[in-house]
Ligand binder design. Structure first.
Ligand SMILES: *[C@@H]1O[C@H](CO)[C@@H](O)[C@H](O)[C@H]1NC(C)=O
Ligand SMILES: *[C@@H]1O[C@H](CO)[C@@H](O)[C@H](O)[C@H]1NC(C)=O
Ligand SMILES: *[C@@H]1O[C@H](CO)[C@@H](O)[C@H](O)[C@H]1NC(C)=O
Ligand SMILES: *[C@@H]1O[C@H](CO)[C@@H](O)[C@H](O)[C@H]1NC(C)=O
Ligand SMILES: *[C@@H]1O[C@H](CO)[C@@H](O)[C@H](O)[C@H]1NC(C)=O
Ligand SMILES: *[C@@H]1O[C@H](CO)[C@@H](O)[C@H](O)[C@H]1NC(C)=O
Ligand SMILES: *[C@@H]1O[C@H](CO)[C@@H](O)[C@H](O)[C@H]1NC(C)=O
Ligand SMILES: *[C@@H]1O[C@H](CO)[C@@H](O)[C@H](O)[C@H]1NC(C)=O
Ligand SMILES: *[C@@H]1O[C@H](CO)[C@@H](O)[C@H](O)[C@H]1NC(C)=O
Ligand SMILES: *[C@@H]1O[C@H](CO)[C@@H](O)[C@H](O)[C@H]1NC(C)=O
Length: 740
């Protein structure tokens, strides 16, 4: 034996003994035995034999080489573990990969053949590929046979040419990679989408691809770490993802309880960061509200029937058994039906739906109306028309994102919920008006807030600065109020404010009043209370709710206000039907009225009051729809749900100079509308010194000869910062408006 040959052999023995990788490739000259591994070029993945948990069973697998616990991403012989001897991986000269035990029993094989100079290679993506060296043809790859892990660059879906169906299968347990009950698999029927299946029943559906992400996963599209793609033609349908930065390691695992969990590795924290998981809430459960039902997580109960539908079995429905779903109140007429638009939803199950490309919404609706069996339609990916002919199954509502669904209803049903065209406008209005009033309210709140800081005074609810003359305020006795409110009957409750319940009442002389019964924990001493009530009663402005008097008895404190027929603004603007009743001019009047009321509170009244809880439910409307502000002086944060989403969208549209999109298909005086939006944006700029004063706001709104400055970024704009794959969302609270 020559020295050179000896050293080669010696090195080989050393490497084998250390379990070191011979490299990233295996060729037919030498098998891979238990203890040896292949490592991908950059050392990200490793191929070898492993025993999961305490199991004595041996599997061939691929795992992350450098990550603690070496999470396994792929297993070859899931059904046929080697259980009594060491495993061997042989690549035969004609290109078959064999997994053998010492007794040369075959446990698994790629079933490939006829290759000249085959080569097995582990790539940095985690893909194990078998190629023919000369032709570079891929004969087999592990990405075509996924286990429970979806890696970037892998495809989930079907290849009709090769008859390949790539899907994830859960493990039976953490120590048993035998195929479990769950799969994550593309359904090519109708308009394709991916489902999590438990056996043959669906438990979660992604919804169809809407261009940026799945219709049922609106949080997916805005992901700054991974880019998702969907591809469909006659030959193949698949879903894949790529990291924007190749150094970012991400995986999605279908775990043993049927949850698909997406994880991203954080090298700084040395742990996997959970990104999202599905199903993650009750509305993610497939068809949880039955046919023609809609699931909304923020409602209780979560299940409702779609507009125009009613529970098929009301008794079961009331017992929260929603499986029977809902049926139409009025059958379709076929010749004179219309559409009810439903925004921000996960589109119904598309496995029986059909798609026609290159269509406008009008063309799509006309197509639907032409076929009596069409029940709903929608436009996805800008111009693809989806048509549903069966029940609408597995619809859920989102506060933001999702798609628009147009439900076909009989004309008589549409009459009860507003005509088709007014609905269309109302859907545009529902975006604008809450937005405008919200921006304006924010503006005012922030101005008042700043004023408070400047004056250095901390005022709490119902405490004011005043010169303090004595002033007569009617005191009502308890008996009168009890009579007026039918002994505080439940039926008389008209609202719940920050400080207690509000009852409608009728005094002996027929005058209608609103009685605010302060909750006991907000009770002050009698003198203190009286002083403050007197102060409030002095504030008189046509845009402020008038305080008529109060009632004091033992622990009870009540405020008696004039009664507002039309209740509060939120009744109108967050209700599509009612909001259609408000014309543009009326809306502008309301906004200006609120601004005037606040200006009075803030500047003109001698009391300088800070309204700490300004929101649409505190704006009441009288018979003539004049706005009146109620509830001065309560510090609470805004509710994020209704406001954050739409605010973000403005801001985004403004930046792209596409503000007019908000006004789609409406007949607003465009410049006035633009002006309102701009004023709103000016009010919520990040720098407090940039924000206009309340008096300026009123001027800006009322006169169109003032040139408005361009707004900067709003102070509460929800920024997402991603560092090492960790994303943080700024909490949105009113305190951020202080600009500290
Ligand atoms: C391994 O076996 C030991 C002893 O039987 C047991 O205590 C331990 O929980 C097992 N670990 C796993 C991961 O199954
Ligand atoms: C080992 O594996 C073989 C083939 O899969 C199987 O027939 C046998 O029962 C297994 N033995 C044990 C002890 O699990
Ligand atoms: C596996 O490979 C080794 C070494 O190349 C060879 O001796 C053995 O015959 C192969 N086994 C099979 C079943 O192909
Ligand atoms: C190879 O063929 C055998 C027998 O037809 C089959 O059981 C096995 O699943 C095939 N292996 C692969 C990786 O397709
Ligand atoms: C391998 O090649 C032979 C001869 O060309 C052919 O008869 C056989 O069908 C091929 N087998 C496969 C699996 O392609
Ligand atoms: C699967 O993932 C979900 C969500 O992260 C988790 O709650 C559940 O415990 C996991 N199941 C198992 C068996 O690990
Ligand atoms: C549909 O409604 C129109 C107008 O109301 C009516 O003329 C027509 O007869 C109705 N058709 C059916 C099939 O009910
Ligand atoms: C699709 O059609 C099949 C066959 O008619 C039916 O069994 C299934 O329930 C339908 N699926 C949906 C979601 O409507
Ligand atoms: C879409 O339809 C319009 C009008 O029907 C036509 O001019 C255009 O070429 C179509 N585009 C595609 C991509 O088919
Ligand atoms: C209406 O739709 C059904 C279901 O998709 C289809 O079978 C039928 O051919 C369509 N009818 C017309 C006239 O297009």
């Amino acid at each position: 034996m020559t020295t050179a040959k000896f050293w080669i052999l010696f090195a080989g023995i050393l490497l084998a003994a250390n379990g070191q990788a011979p490299g990233d490739t295996l060729d037919p000259s030498k098998p891979l035995v238990d203890g040896e591994t292949l490592a991908s070029t950059r050392g990200i993945f490793e191929l070898g034999f492993f025993r999961p948990g305490n199991s004595s069973n041996q599997y061939l697998g691929i795992w992350y080489k450098e990550i603690p616990d070496k999470p396994v991403v792929w297993v070859a012989n899931t059904n046929t573990p080697i259980n009594n001897s060491k495993g061997v991986l042989n690549l035969t000269a004609n290109g078959n990969v064999l997994l053998l035990d010492k007794g040369a029993n075959i446990f698994w094989s790629t079933n490939t053949s006829n290759a000249t100079y085959p080569l097995l290679q582990l790539l940095d993506t985690g893909n194990l590929i078998l190629t023919e060296t000369a032709s570079k043809k891929i004969l087999w790859q592990s990405f075509d046979h996924p286990s429970n892990t979806f890696l970037p660059e892998m495809k989930i879906g079907l290849d009709f040419k090769t008859n390949l169906d790539r899907y994830l299968t859960s493990w039976r347990s953490t120590s048993d990679p035998t195929p479990g009950d769950y799969t994550y698999r593309m359904d090519p029927h109708g308009v394709p989408s991916v489902y999590i299946w438990e056996g043959s029943s669906q438990i979660f559906r992604t919804g169809p691809w809407d261009g940026k992400g799945w219709s049922g996963r609106p949080d997916m599209a805005s992901n700054g770490v991974l880019q998702f793609e969907f591809f469909a033609n006659d030959n193949e349908i698949y879903y894949t993802c790529k990291p924007f930065d190749k150094a970012v390691l991400g995986r999605a695992v279908l775990n043993e309880s049927g949850v698909l969990q997406r994880l991203v590795w954080s090298p700084t924290r040395n742990e996997w960061i959970p990104y999202w998981a599905v199903p993650s809430d009750p509305c993610d459960q497939y068809a949880t509200c039955g046919a023609n039902g809609i699931c909304t997580t923020s409602y209780s109960p979560i299940c409702q029937c779609l507009d125009g539908f009613t529970p098929k079995s009301p008794n079961d429905w009331n017992l929260r058994d929603n499986s029977e779903g809902c049926v139409r109140k009025t059958p379709l007429n076929c010749s004179s039906d219309g559409f009810l638009p439903l925004e921000n939803v996960k589109l119904p199950d598309t496995s029986n739906a059909s798609a026609v490309s290159n269509m406008t919404l009008d063309e799509c609706q006309n197509l639907c109306l032409k076929n009596c069996s069409c029940k709903a339609c929608s436009i996805i990916r800008d111009s693809m028309c989806l048509i549903w002919t069966g029940d609408l199954v597995d619809v859920r509502a989102f506060t933001e994102g999702g798609s628009d669904l147009h439900i076909r209803l009989a004309a008589s049903e549409l009459d009860t919920v507003g005509s088709y065209s007014s609905r269309k406008i109302s859907s545009a209005i529902t975006i604008i008006i809450p937005l405008l009033s919200f921006l304006l309210l924010l503006c005012v709140a922030s101005l008042l807030w700043l004023k408070r800081r400047n004056s250095g005074k901390v005022l709490n609810s119902y405490s004011f600065r005043s010169k303090g003359n004595d002033w007569e305020l009617p005191l009502y006795d308890m008996l009168t109020i009890r009579d007026a409110t039918n002994n505080f009957s439940k039926d008389n409750i008209v609202g719940m404010g920050g400080f207690g319940l509000v009852y409608k009442g009728k005094l002996g002389d027929g005058q209608e009043v609103a009685v605010k019964r302060l909750s006991k924990d907000s009770v002050q001493g009698i003198d203190e209370f009286k002083t403050e009530v007197v102060l409030i009663a002095k504030l008189q402005h046509r845009n402020l709710v008038r305080l008529l008097g109060c009632c004091i008895e033992d622990e009870e404190r009540m405020l008696i206000y004039e009664y507002m027929q039309n209740k509060s603004l939120d009744n109108f603007i967050f209700d599509k039907r009612k909001s259609a009743l408000l014309g543009w001019q009326k809306r502008l009047d309301i906004i200006i009225g609120i601004a005037r009321g606040l200006l009075y509170l803030h500047q003109d009244s001698r009391l300088k009051i800070i309204h700490r809880d300004l929101k649409t439910s505190n704006i009441l409307l009288d018979n003539d729809m004049n706005p009146k502000i109620s509830d001065f002086g309560i510090a609470r944060t805004f509710s994020v749900g209704q406001t954050e989403g739409s605010t973000r969208r403005v801001w985004k549209l403004w930046k792209e100079s596409r503000c007019l999109e908000l006004l789609a298909e409406s007949s607003y005086p465009v410049f006035e509308a633009l002006r309102c939006i701009q004023v709103g944006l000016l009010c919520v700029q990040e720098g407090s010194e940039d924000r206009p004063m309340m008096a300026e706001v009123v001027l800006m709104l009322c006169s169109d000869s003032i040139i408005l400055p361009q707004p900067n970024r709003p102070g509460f704009y929800i920024a997402r910062s991603c560092v090492e794959g960790n994303c943080f969302s700024n909490e949105f609270t009113i305190t951020m408006l202080e600009g500290r």
